[in-house]
Design a protein around this ligand. Sequence first.
Ligand SMILES: Nc1c(NC[C@H](O)[C@H](O)[C@H](O)CO)[nH]c(=O)[nH]c1=O
Ligand SMILES: CC(=O)[C@@H](O)COP(=O)(O)O
Length: 166
Amino acid sequence: MATDLKNLSVFSTDELPDVSLRRFAILVSEWNTEVTEALFSGAYQTLLQHGAKAENIIRGNVPGSYELSLASQWFAQRNDIDAVIALGCVIQGETKHNDYINHAVAQGLTNVGLKTGKPVIFGVLTPNNQQQALDRAGGKHGNKGDEAAITAIKMLGLQQQVYSKF
Ligand SMILES: Nc1c(NC[C@H](O)[C@H](O)[C@H](O)CO)[nH]c(=O)[nH]c1=O
Ligand SMILES: CC(=O)[C@@H](O)COP(=O)(O)O
C-alpha cells in the first residue's frame, strides 16, 4: 500500500538546516478539531525539536480548510514570515463537497507558494473517514503535522542553498 512506502514521520535529521532565526506561521482549520489539533501539536513540537524558537512561531485559526489559502497568503506576504504550514482535515461526506474543497485548497496553497516564493506546506488530510484521519494525526501512519514541519524546514534549507553565493 502506498502508505507503507513513504512516511515522512520517520525521517533523517542529519542534514536539516539551522532554523533558529526562521519564522513560521501555522494555520489550523477549525473543522475536525480532534484531528487538526493533533496535527498542530505535531507540527509545533517538531519545529521546536529541530531548532525553531517558540517566539518565532505564530498560529492562526481558520473556519475551514477552504480558508487556508487566503489566510496563507495573508501570512506569507508578511516580511516577518519565512514559511507557512497549513493544517486541515476534510473528511469525505455524502456529496462531492470534500472534492471541491480539497482541490481548491491544494491549488490555492500551491498558488500562494508560487506567488510569494515562500514554502507553503500542504498539511491537509483528505480521508474517507474519521479513523483514517486519526491514523495520520499521531496514529499508526504517523503524524502529517510532523511531516509538514519537516517539509517546511527542508524547503527553507533548499531555498537557502539556491540563493546562497557559490
Ligand atoms: N466539511 C469540511 C469543511 N467544510 C467547510 C469549508 O472548509 C469552508 O469553511 C466552507 O465551505 C465555507 O467556505 N472544512 C474542513 O476543513 N473539513 C471538512 O470536513
Ligand atoms: C466534507 C464537507 O464539506 C462536510 O460538510 C460534509 O459534506 P457533505 O454535505 O457532502 O456530507
